[in-house]
Design a protein around this ligand. Structure first.
Ligand SMILES: Nc1ncnc2c1ncn2[C@@H]1O[C@H](COP(=O)(O)OP(=O)(O)OP(=O)(O)O)[C@@H](O)[C@H]1O
Length: 681
């Protein structure tokens, strides 16, 4: 007989589970209260007894900390249970192991495990548990999963999906009966939330392979726009935290994210999955922390390329993004190794002079140390040798003098000077240009940081897993720096078609080459946009690997006007139509930030949020922003103004347009005055 065969039985069971969960919550409430009461008692005792002896204070301190820690873990558990009352599970498989006399077990799958200590049964399995992988990987029939003790084979006789919200079952679907994934379709056609949401209930097979990949030390995910890369990367973090609990925790993970708006946009996913958020940093923060110099930001570089690109500027960026450049830098480092240490005799005392040749030998002896880290070891070694050979010991003053002299012999003490030397050495001094107020160009940050790390060291071993989103926007030399700073496991994700940095971007293969390692996995199915929007994006940039999801909607509209005034008033009408619709978010995406700002000023509509490169939070409703900042975000509806031939004509303009178009989930409109851009037919 099938356990909970009918929908009625399932609803009854859900009710029963929720009641049990609520019962446990009330027990935890009592437990929290007990801990709070005990802490209050300690407080009162401490207040009213001024003369407690230090011994007693110490033991009380321990008890207080203990109660506090237990209290916190009970609160965590309570929060988890509260989430489970809302959505206890979303899927079920009935599995029978292929061994004798094994019963069919119903495996209910949810965000968290629920082990009922009273009945001593696991009522709900965490979606990350080994057995749950079959829900994502198998249909009815033969199935298997990897348990800690090896592969378990068996048979799935039933597979169900449920949509439960606020403890109520909205519907349930028998997977065997549906050809299309109905729940996925329903999820995709829903409106955009203010933050990215979790996708545990509908993770697809090819996505699951990435989430659960434990083997690859470096995983490089190339996925088309809207293929779920960011979602998957966050689910992968949650998975790794579960699979390697005890050896990795949230604070050991670092996300390299493109900007604060994006970081805020994704900040809900991990907490929804019951995990703490992980620290986040931008690439330029990483690089500038190494250097401590004024610099042009990445955003400013992109803006300059969009508004006033000069051939010299482009040449400088292109050169510094090439593998030839890395090879030259490495040759120069070798040159420094051989020529930058100019040894001299050191007269240590009246009678003792250390010969230059001997000092030079020591510089090379310690070649495993970064060059600037050798002086200490060289001094110690030289003085130890002297002690052995001449039974001579030196004073601290003499030791410090020797170390200072050795340091002085190294001509690579200043990062910027070394970097300038490099350009002189290559015979291309014109490829380094400092901006006003001694500001570095963005493309010089990574090579300078690279030189600095080679000379000085600086590995960050505290990070155990590094996640890089929008990987296409970073150049090979930036990956060289990343590899030196973070020798840990990595997950990198991005889409070569969405680069906002066309002269300094990287494909998955380039990243693999720069990191000298990495397994590349591809995602070709696009989930975000309707078939019609994806089809339109293909007219701007064709990607033959892209497979659109079968979800249909309105055809994107391209509207022509005679002048800007007409265009503006039509955009106002489009906004009014949006306001009257059921959509929850509208993105007005311009090519540059200044165009977006100007548009916001001209529209004069209350409740419109302008997102700049300095913004720190994503907002729901009507957003006006640049394509650069919109990257990674999504909106129910997108309007792209000014798609005329003057505004959109170059290859970088094409990238911006592609990014803007692929932000739309359900509706897309492009407007222009006079002549249409030639970037799509
Ligand atoms: N398996 C899935 N089930 C439900 N929704 C999904 C699934 N995969 C992706 N999506 C949805 O598709 C949209 C795009 O996901 P996401 O932003 O992670 O993609 P991306 O590849 O990082 O996009 P882009 O590179 O274009 O910014 C999101 O709304 C996400 O919830």
């Amino acid at each position: 007989m099938i356990f909970n065969q009918t929908e009625k039985q399932e609803r009854g069971y859900l009710h029963q589970i929720i009641n049990r969960l609520k019962q446990i919550i009330s027990h935890t409430d009592v437990s929290v209260k007990d801990h709070v009461d005990v802490l209050a008692e300690y407080k009162d005792y401490l207040w009213s007894n001024k003369d407690i002896d230090p011994h007693e204070i110490r033991s009380m301190r321990e008890s207080i900390l203990n109660h506090f820690a237990i209290g916190e873990s009970v609160i965590d558990k309570r929060q988890r249970l509260a989430r489970m009352v809302d959505i206890p599970y979303f899927g079920r498989i009935d599995f029978q192991e292929k061994s004798e006399n094994r019963p069919v077990i119903p495996v209910y799958i949810g965000i968290h495990t629920f082990h009922d200590t009273e009945s001593r049964t696991t009522v709900i399995y965490d979606w990350r548990a080994p057995i749950s992988s079959m829900f994502y990987d198998h249909e009815l029939g033969e199935a298997s999963y990897q348990s800690p003790s090896g592969e378990i084979k068996g048979d799935i006789s039933l597979k169900r999906q449920y949509r439960i919200r606020a403890g109520k079952m909205e519907f349930m679907i028998e997977s065997a009966l549906t050809v299309h994934d109905d729940i996925l379709q329903k999820e995709l056609s829903s409106n955009a939330d203010d933050k990215m949401k979790n996708i545990v209930a509908t993770i697809q097979r090819e996505q699951n392979r990435i989430i659960r990949n434990e083997e690859a030390r470096t995983l490089i995910i190339q996925g088309v726009a809207g293929s779920g890369k960011t979602s998957i990367a966050l689910h992968r973090i949650a998975y790794l935290l579960y699979a390697f609990q005890g050896s990795i925790s949230s604070k050991d993970i670092l996300i390299v994210s493109p900007n604060k708006v994006f970081a805020d946009y994704i900040s809900n996913v991990l907490p929804e999955l019951g995990e703490k958020n992980v620290p986040e940093i931008s690439m330029e923060q990483i690089l500038s922390e190494v250097l401590n110099h004024k610099y042009q930001s990445f955003f400013e570089q992109v803006d300059e390329l969009l508004t006033k690109p000069t051939p010299d500027f482009i040449e400088r960026i292109e050169y510094k993004s090439s593998f030839d450049f890395i090879a030259s830098l490495d040759r120069f480092i070798l040159h420094m190794e051989n020529h930058y240490f100019r040894a001299e005799d050191v007269k240590l005392t009246k009678r003792i002079t250390i010969p230059a040749e001997f000092i030079k030998e020591q510089f090379h002896r310690f070649h495993r140390y970064p060059m600037r880290q050798r002086f200490e070891a060289m001094t110690d070694y030289i003085l130890d040798m002297m002690k052995v050979q001449y039974a001579f010991t030196v004073t601290t003053v003499e030791r410090n003098f020797l170390k200072k002299e050795i340091k002085r012999m190294f001509a690579g003490g200043n990062d910027l000077q070394v970097y300038k030397d490099f350009f002189a050495w290559t015979g291309k001094p014109e490829l380094f240009k400092m901006r006003k107020n001694r500001t570095l160009e963005y493309s010089d940050l990574a090579p300078l940081a690279y030189l600095h790390i080679v000379l000085e060291g600086g590995t960050k071993n505290s990070v155990k897993h590094l996640l890089v989103d929008e990987m296409q926007d970073y150049s090979p030399i930036q990956y060289k720096v990343i590899q030196k700073l973070f020798p840990c496991r990595k997950t990198l994700l991005g889409d070569a078609s969405q680069s906002v940095n066309p002269y300094g971007s990287s494909t998955a293969d380039m990243i693999q080459k720069a990191l000298v390692t990495g397994e590349v996995m591809k995602l070709c199915k696009s989930y975000r946009s309707t078939y019609e929007i994806t089809d339109f994006a293909q007219r701007i940039r064709t990607n033959t690997n892209l497979e659109p999801v079968a979800r249909h909607g309105e055809k994107p509209r391209v509207l022509r006007y005679n002048n800007e005034k007409e265009e503006l008033s039509s955009i106002k009408e489009l906004i009014a139509t949006y306001q009257a619709s059921t959509y929850k978010s509208l993105g007005i995406v311009c090519k540059t930030e200044s165009q977006a700002r100007e548009m916001a000023d001209k529209l004069q509509i209350p409740d419109i949020h302008f997102l700049s490169n300095q913004s720190t939070a994503f907002v729901q409703g009507i957003v006006i922003t640049s394509a650069h900042i919109a990257k990674g975000l999504e909106f129910d509806e997108v309007i792209i103004p000014q798609v005329d031939d003057k505004n959109y004509h170059s290859e970088i303009d094409r990238s911006m347009l592609y990014v803007a178009v692929t932000r739309a989930m359900h509706r897309l409109t492009l407007t222009y005055s006079r002549n249409k851009t030639p970037l799509f037919d």
